[in-house]
Design a protein. Sequence first.
Length: 116
Amino acid sequence: MKVRITTKNLTISDTHRDRIERRLYFTLGRFASSVTSVEMMLQDENGPRGGVDKTCRIIVRLRAAKDVVVEGRGEKTLALVDRTADHVGRAVSRALDSRKSRRFLRPNGEAIDRRG
């Protein structure tokens, strides 16, 4: 699982970058075999003026399902990252669970449950 963090109009220290990477690995580590890459974009929309102007977008590319994209907005960078990482973890779980639990129909119309 590759993790890439980019910023726009925002500077984060190496310590914060390491913390963010650990947070993403912690949240998505259990899905590592299904995840090919994770991209996070942090952006400060109006610079040093302050306010609820920071955006965090996380894109998780999955091997056998559609990409999962979650975006959040907030004032504090690390709190925003934590909240958005929680949301993306739940979204990936739902995406992979719905893929596993799909039912298929036999030609005679009988349902086949793929869950095992």
